[in-house]
Design a protein around this ligand. Structure first.
Ligand code: HEM
Length: 241
């Protein structure tokens, strides 16, 4: 596909264009989505009651099967997880600022003169936590995005994917990726914030894998972030090593 000619112009992309496109997609598409998924997992670990709601929603679809892949239609039914992602992008957004270059002189909002060639930076991390727009803005609250509350969201106060003609083209893809990844991790284990004071992984001895009494694999090096699902003693496990 990369080497094919455009059916209208008959022109193929140059190697430079292909390189630039691949670079944009990997930088803009990988780090951002990774950040979204990491923060979502962190927020869910810090809010076990919300994590449980997400797990119950997934279980209701899969019937408790921890391995069957979810179809695209099933993923679109994960409404709690969807709200978790939306809220994660509000409070811990991967791209906190977006800039625009003024090609010509403009007047914004009828009173702010913007000279030609100025650079305007939109501080999204400020608008996303502005108390004038968000009640209790520092609180992670996915229920802000419930259908009955969504109408009170102030227009323009939320734009993690930018806006206008240069808005992110990967929004749908990133969303699907995050739903797939998180629904897989969350149904296999309970997640919690690590409070141990372990040294960084590089300073630890090699991992040793054991099994806990429920048969879950336990990796002694990475045992602090995962817990066997439903284990009341919260014994930490690593099912991925
Ligand atoms: C959670 C994930 C993501 C976030 C938060 C995000 C956010 C953004 C933001 C804020 C912009 C700038 C928009 C503007 O200037 O108004 C942008 C642009 C862009 N994003 Fe994303 N992005 C994400 C995922 C992705 C993915 C997965 C891809 C590709 C597979 C992608 C491709 C792009 C491209 C190509 C642009 C430049 C668009 C242009 O300049 O016309 N992004 N993204």
């Amino acid at each position: 596909m990369l080497w094919q000619a455009d059916p209208e112009t008959g022109q193929a992309m140059s190697e430079d264009t292909i390189r630039d496109q691949v670079l944009s997609f990997s930088v803009l598409g990988e780090d951002t989505t990774k950040s979204l998924m990491t923060w979502a997992l962190y927020h869910l670990s810090a809010h076990p009651e919300i994590q449980r709601q997400v797990q119950e929603e997934i279980d209701a679809i899969t019937g408790g099967d921890q391995t069957r892949p979810l179809s695209a239609t099933e993923l679109s039914h994960l409404q709690v997880l969807d709200r978790v992602l939306t809220e994660t992008l509000r409070i811990t957004l991967p791209i906190p600022n977006v800039a625009r270059y003024a090609a010509s002189e403009e007047t914004l909002l009828g009173k702010y003169r913007v000279p030609q060639y100025s650079i305007i930076v939109l501080l999204r991390e400020i608008t996303h936590r502005d108390p004038a727009s968000w009640p209790d803005p520092e609180r992670f609250d996915p229920d802000r995005w419930l259908p009955e509350r969504i109408e009170s969201v102030v227009p323009g106060s939320y734009a993690p994917f930018g806006g206008g003609i240069r808005a992110c083209i990967g929004q749908g893809f990133a969303h699907m990726e995050a739903l797939t990844f998180l629904s897989t991790l969350l149904r296999a284990a309970d997640w919690r914030v690590c409070t141990c004071q372990r040294p960084p992984r590089s300073e630890e001895p090699s991992p040793r894998t054991t099994q806990n009494k429920k048969g879950c694999k336990r990796n002694t090096r990475r045992s602090c972030a995962l817990a066997c699902r439903g284990d009341p003693e919260g014994e930490a496990i690593d099912g991925w090593g």
